[in-house]
Design a protein around this ligand. Structure first.
Ligand SMILES: NC(=O)c1ccc[n+]([C@@H]2O[C@H](COP(=O)([O-])OP(=O)(O)OC[C@H]3O[C@@H](n4cnc5c(N)ncnc54)[C@H](OP(=O)(O)O)[C@@H]3O)[C@@H](O)[C@H]2O)c1
Length: 238
């Protein structure tokens, strides 16, 4: 399949879960891949397994400005264009306000809000001439804040604001911006949440990363007369 032939996709969080599934799905449709994460071994294993015209793995800590600036130079040199920017990297810490350390909020802000903002800002000059597409993997927590997840929800509400504002700025240039709000998805992050909650983890009852990837790829594949702005997707409870 060749929906994204000759297109270059930058995928954050590509070493695991939803980001990995999106990267694999885009490659299956002919995209060239820039895989981003801190775990280089995981990225290299994915790069080895994927059938794509060009795959490069970049070890990047997205909370560090210098890593983002270095990455930008590498992408200019290695690919020279960017068509798709997928933000899937993210972290979660749980805890009620009376006890949750403020340092946890700081790290979630740096990872879930500041990093996608800074990376988008750095790569926009490459996305604009390609009339690129930008995807933010948000969360159901970015629409409804529940007890015990106020810090994480705050970062995801902020991410929604960033996506909505960016869309209003770049639509006129032909770029599309999509926010995806998944419910519980089977991934290492969700396994850790179940552990923190002291509940049994049954991943087969949850959304699968490939389900989220299918939503993203369908939306990105639509003709340019249409824009999907927001997708809410949750596990089917039987
Ligand atoms: N799983 C769910 O139920 C669920 C539901 C709704 C929304 N989401 C959102 O979906 C996204 C993906 O989550 P997931 O479930 O796929 O989690 P995951 O399996 O834990 O993957 C998280 C990814 O984020 C990357 N990452 C974290 N901190 C980073 C940093 N400082 N620099 C670079 N990369 C970093 C990790 O890569 P390295 O470790 O290699 O750095 C990893 O690839 C997140 O934004 C999450 O908030 C998840």
């Amino acid at each position: 399949m060749t929906v994204f032939k000759e297109q270059v996709a930058v995928v954050t969080g590509a070493s695991s879960g939803i980001g990995k599934a999106i990267a694999l799905g885009l490659a299956a449709q002919g995209a060239k891949l820039c895989l981003l994460g801190r775990n280089l071994d995981a990225l290299l294993a994915i790069a080895k397994s994927v059938d794509s015209p060009q795959v490069v793995s970049y070890q990047v800590d997205l909370t560090l400005d210098e890593d983002i600036q270095k990455l930008k130079s590498h992408l200019v040199e290695d690919f020279g264009q960017i068509d798709l920017l997928i933000h899937s990297a993210g972290i979660i810490s749980l805890g009620e306000m009376k006890t949750a350390p403020v340092e946890d909020l700081d790290l979630q802000y740096r990872t879930n809000v500041r990093a996608p903002y800074a990376l988008t800002q750095a790569l926009l000059p490459m996305l604009i001439p390609r009339q690129g597409q930008i995807v933010f993997i948000n969360s159901s927590a970015g629409l409804t804040a529940k007890a015990g997840a106020g810090q994480y929800a705050a970062t995801k509400y902020a991410l929604k604001a960033i996506a909505d504002s960016l869309r209003a700025e770049v639509n006129a240039l032909g770029l599309r911006v999509l926010s995806v709000y998944p419910g519980r998805t089977a991934s290492p992050m969700q396994a850790a949440i179940y552990k923190m909650e002291g509940k049994a983890y049954n991943p087969e009852r949850l959304l699968q990363p490939e389900d989220v990837a299918a939503c993203v790829i369908n939306a990105l594949s639509l003709p340019r007369t249409a824009e999907v702005t927001d997708i809410q997707v949750r596990p089917l409870v039987k």
